[in-house]
Each structure stands twice: as C-alpha cells, then as structure tokens.
Design a protein around this ligand. Structure first.
Ligand code: PEP
Ligand code: MG
Length: 644
C-alpha cells in the first residue's frame, strides 16, 4: 500500500468543483484510492462523499492507494491537492470525458457551506436585527451643509465605536485586522464621496448612506472572486452602523447571548461577533456568507464551528429551539430528534478525543525515533500571545516579529520600552531561547517616524536590515534594548533580509558601538547569539561565507519561496508557483543547511512551512533542529517529529 500525507492547498478546499475534478483524476487510475481527513475517510471515486469529508484549504489529508498504479495515482492526486487553483484545471483536455455536474454542498435543504470545522449542538440564539426602514426626505439647499456635517459626525462616531470594539478583551490580532478593514471601508473616499454627492443633491444623510452602501455592495456582489464577493457584507455592515448612528438607534447585540448557544442569523457582521464573548459561542449558522466571509475567518481563529450560506426559511430559523451543525460538512439539523442529536453528540465526543490525543503532545519534548531532539518553538508578534504559546507547549520563541511594536502607533517605541518588552519575553520563556528579529519593515508596511519613499517593488526595496543600517537612529535603540534584555541569558538576535555578509559585519560594528554606549551610561548588558534569516537567494548562495560569521540560521520560507520562485507571496494569480515544496526552494534550503552543518552552527525554520507535516521530515533530514510556528500548530508538529 502507498500512503502519503499532504497539506491541501486547493483554494477554499475540496468544494464542489475541485472535488469533481479530483474524483475524475482518481478514476483515471485502476487502483483503489482512499482519502482521509479530519479523522474520517472516503473513497476517492465518490464526489459526494468527498464533499461530505469537508476537506478544506490547509487541512492535512492522507492518500492511501492499493493496486498496480498506486504510486502514480498517489503522486498525481497529491500534486492536485497541493495546487491552489486545482478546481479550475480542465481535465477534459486529457481526453477523458467530463464528469457529471455535482450538486454543490450548499444547495441541499439541510446543508450549508462548511465554514469552520467542528461539531456543535445547543440552544438556538436567533439574531435577526430588524431591517432599517428609511423614509427618504428632501433636504432644502440651505440645510445641506448642516446635513453633510451631521453625516461626518455620525461617521466619526461609528469609526470610534469600531475602535472601541477592537479594544475588547479576547480578540485576536486577526480580529483586530478585520475591524481595521471595516474602518477602512467606512472612511473610504469613494463611499464618502458618493454619500456627500447624494446629500448635495438633496438627499437626507440616512438615505444617502443607505443608497451609496447599497450601490457599492452590489458592485462587490457582481465580482467573480469569492473572497472579494464576500466583502459586500462588510459594506452592508458599515452602512448599517453609520445609518443607525444617524438615526440615534442601537442594534440588538450578541453581548447577552447565553453561554453555549448556537447563533442563527441571516448574516453576522464581524463587528457583531467582536461584541460577543467569543468563548461562549457554541456554533454559528447563517443564511448568508461563505468560507471567505469575515465571520468564517473569525470563527476558524476561535475554533467556533460554523455553517454559512444555509438556505433555510427565515421564519423556520427564527422559530428553531435546538440546532446542531457540523462545520466540516456543512450539515445542519434544526430541532433534531433524539437519535440525530445523539449522532451529533457522538461526533462532538470523538472530536474532543482527537484534540485530547494531540494535547498529550503539548508537554512532549519531541525526538525522532533515532534520537534527534527538535525544538518546536512559537512565532509571536506581541507579548499578548505568550500565554497561548505556552499553553500550546512552545519550547521557546523561534521568531518574535518586532515590527508589530512599531506599527499601529504614532511614534517610534523608545529604547526603554523595547528593553522592557524583550526582557518580559525572555523571562517568560527562560531557560528556553527566544529569537528576537530586528525590525523587518518596508514600504509595504509603513511606520510612523520612518519616511518611506514610493517604491515600485517594495518587496525588492528598502526593507529589513537595509533600512535599519541606513537609519541608526531607529536601529541602535533597538539593538541597545536587545543587549539590555540579553542579561536574562536566553536572547538570540535574528537579522532579516540579509543578502550580503557585509550587512552582518555592519550590524556587528553597530553592536560594538551600542555596547560601548551602554557601558558609558552604566547600563548592564548580556551575551547573545547572532543569527540571520535565510530568506533571499543571495543569502543561500553565500551561506557558507555568512555561516562563518554568525551563530545560527533561520530559514524564512515565506520570503525565500517568493524570491526563489519570483512569485509574489501576496498575489493569488501566481500562488501555484509560490510553493515551498517546489524542488527549487527545497534545493535552496538543502544548500543553506549544508553550509550550516559545515560551519557547525544550528539551523531552524520559521516560515509558515515549518508547521507542514509533509515538509517536517525533509527539514529534519537536512539537519534542522528548530521549527517555529504559530501556537496552534505546535502539538501536531511535535507528533510529526516523534514519528520520524
Ligand atoms: C519568512 O519570510 O518566512 C518569515 C518568517 O518572515 P515574514 O513572514 O515576517 O516575512
Ligand atoms: Mg520574511
């Protein structure tokens, strides 16, 4: 039998279209193929079963095949699963007949779009804020300026309420980013412009806002890209919020929802969700929305099972008392009978058991079967994430992105503030190491206090160590802060975007100056290791030379992949080239690892790929001794190492 695990990269997972294509490909082989995911399996020859598996993008799936051409089948199907736009591949070009059309998962009356995995059952909490009934009226010319000001005031008040929601405890960085996006929508020049032209033409503010919002939302809805299409909901939620402020009314809120309830709604805005106590939400079922809706993104981040696009009758949904859902398949049961409820409870118990099985790995310090110890560390962006990382079993921090200390503020953080932050981090994980990366910022992520000129190619521009070396007024306070925090004894300093050994030498010279300045000021400082990110092809080619001057390497697979493949990491059009598993990227990693081995220094991986079960064996085999990733991936990576 041939078996292989891969991380699914197909956009939005194996929904109707890619599932059909996958089955078509599987049927072109004579062997039996099974695909397993989320603890369940299905024959690769049934599109319906495959869809019921609810395989989603970034899920780990295992292919098993038995028969004459098993190796070829597994290889072809694995490639399919790793191809982001696989659903669009036209297999009819191979001369094979087209498969019959398959009913999409959301068309069934008891099924919606699987949006966030997990099973739930609980009392329904109907969340159907009343439609806003706007009575348009004409504003006489002399009052239009005052009406415009009233709108501007309402806009400012609404934006402030968004900011207040963002400051609520329990929200994650991604949630905050979603709310920031809403602020952007509210303050969008086109939106404001069309509201103000409406008012100038005599509309009252509330009508002008609703009409402008409706028009912009409709243009989003007409787009082909599902992610962009889902953004119409943002426009609707912002429009509603501004209109309510203008009318001096408040919406119903999720704040009073009883613990463990399953929210049923027509649509839930990210903002509504941000106002709820997220840990209290048992599940979410909405009539509108898709996997790329913000509510889906937030539900996934908080582990809340969710089914969206569930097309049940609104009156029926409002009347439901108990609701059960499976966020992996999109199945929903309204007022399930005893047997059905039992089935859902059984699934909930099985999921809990699976989580517990992985939990056991939290405290494990993993070694491979031949005795190699691998450190599984966390990637952090702020001190707020320490607790989650520790809970997940992080053996230190493999990447602390200091840029978040610099972003989202009006002035640069001072040396003392930075020293305090780095010391807190080092103490929290001592004696485990904390790898703190110096400021990695560029024209794509501007920072108050640093002037970035316009660049046509910011990813190839003045970023990371390049900018820092030219701005010692920004860089040296950070280096002095790091030297001060090094007293704790476990700090390692990591330099981003290194392309030339001269940059390492220049940083060392600055560090010497910083040490002298701290001595002169009577400030204590400690010893640390200095390492570089391997994320430019140049660093790979001169890795042997750099390795002689540093204590460690950390492979930034996100950037290394984009630079080796010349494929923008943010551009979905070239996503199929932006693959860390591409032989070109693997060759680069092998080369850097070889240089590290030669020089006797350690090498880690801190890009997204560090958490990939299909790549971990490759990293370990090549001498990587540290893998750093988001906290949620840690237990699975530990399990993976122990199986090597
Ligand atoms: C990387 O490039 O892989 C990396 C870890 O850095 P960032 O994602 O912050 O660019
Ligand atoms: Mg990088």
């Amino acid at each position: 039998m041939i078996e292989r695990s891969v991380v699914v990269r197909v956009h939005d997972g194996l929904h109707a279209r890619p599932a059909t294509q996958f089955v078509k490909l599987a049927k072109s082989f004579s062997c039996e193929v099974e695909i397993r995911c989320n603890g369940r399996g299905a024959s690769a020859t049934s599109a319906v079963k495959l869809m019921l598996l609810g395989v989603k993008e970034n899920d780990e799936a295992t292919l098993r095949a038995e028969g004459e051409d098993a190796a070829d089948a597994v290889s072809a199907l694995a490639t399919f699963l790793q191809t982001p736009d696989a659903g669009d591949i036209d297999l009819t070009a191979t001369g094979k007949p087209a498969a019959p059309a398959v009913t999409p998962a959301c068309a069934s009356p008891d099924r919606g779009v699987p949006a966030s995995e997990g099973t739930a059952i609980g009392p329904a909490f109907a969340f159907f804020p009343a439609a806003l009934d706007i009575q348009p009226c004409t504003v006489p010319p002399e009052e239009r300026e005052a009406e415009r000001r009233r709108y501007r005031q309402a806009l400012a008040g609404t934006v402030q309420s968004f900011r207040d929601a963002k400051a609520r405890p329990g929200l994650k960085r991604d949630d905050a980013a979603i709310i920031d996006a809403l602020v952007e929508v509210a303050e969008d020049a086109e939106f404001i412009g069309s509201v103000e032209s409406g008012i100038a033409a005599g509309q009252d503010a509330a009508s002008a806002v609703s009409e402008a919002g409706r028009t912009i939302a409709a243009s989003f809805e007409a787009l082909a890209d599902p992610y962009l299409r889902a953004r119409a909901e943002d426009i609707r939620s912002v429009t509603r919020a501004i209109t309510l402020t203008l009318l001096g009314r408040r919406d119903m809120t999720l704040a009073d929802m009883p613990r463990g309830s399953v929210i049923v709604a027509d649509e839930i805005a990210a903002l509504d969700l941000a106002k709820a106590t997220l840990a209290d939400i048992g599940g979410i079922v909405c009539r509108k929305g898709a996997a790329t809706s913000h509510v889906a993104i937030m539900a996934r981040a908080h582990g809340i099972p969710a089914v969206l696009g569930f097309s049940a009758d609104e009156a029926r949904l409002k009347a439901v008392r108990t609701i059960a859902l499976d966020g992996s398949t999109g199945a929903v049961a309204l007022d399930p009978d005893a047997a059905e409820a039992e089935r859902f409870r059984g699934a909930i118990a099985r999921e809990a058991a699976e989580r517990t099985a992985l939990e056991a790995y939290r405290t494990v310090e993993p070694t491979t079967r031949d005795g190699r110890r691998i450190e599984i560390a966390a990637n952090l962006g702020s001190l707020a994430e320490i607790e989650a990382a520790q809970k997940a079993g992080a053996m230190g921090v493999g990447l602390f992105r200091t840029e978040f200390l610099f972003m989202e503020r009006r002035t640069l953080p001072g040396e003392d503030e930075q020293a305090e932050t780095y010391t807190t981090l080092a103490q929290a994980f001592a004696p485990h190491p904390v790898v703190i990366r110096t400021l990695d910022i560029g024209g794509d992520k501007p920072v108050a206090g640093i002037d970035f000129e316009h660049e046509d190619n910011p990813f190839l521009g003045w970023r990371g160590v390049r900018m820092c070396l030219e701005r010692p007024d920004v860089f040296k306070p950070q280096l002095r802060a790091l030297l001060r925090a090094s007293i704790v004894g476990n700090v390692k300093i990591l330099l981003p975007m290194i392309a030339d050994v001269g940059e390492v030498r220049a940083v060392r010279a600055l560090l010497d100056e910083c040490r002298a300045e701290l001595d002169a000021g009577g400030q204590a400082h400690g010893a640390f290791e200095l390492g570089v990110m391997i994320e430019t092809p140049a660093a790979v080619f001169v890795a042997a030379e750099i390795a002689r001057e540093v204590d460690f390497f950390s492979v930034g697979t996100n950037d290394l992949t984009q630079y080796v493949m010349a494929a923008d990491r943010l551009n979905p059009r070239v996503a199929k080239l932006n693959r860390t598993e591409h032989p070109a990227v693997l060759a680069a990693i092998r080369m850097a690892a070889g240089a590290a081995r030669e020089a006797g220094i350690w090498i880690g991986v801190c890009g997204e790929a560090a958490a990939r079960p299909d790549l971990i064996p490759f990293f370990v085999e090549n001498g990587v001794t540290e893998l750093s990733m988001s906290a949620a991936s840690i237990p699975r990576a530990k399990k993976c190492v122990t199986e090597i």
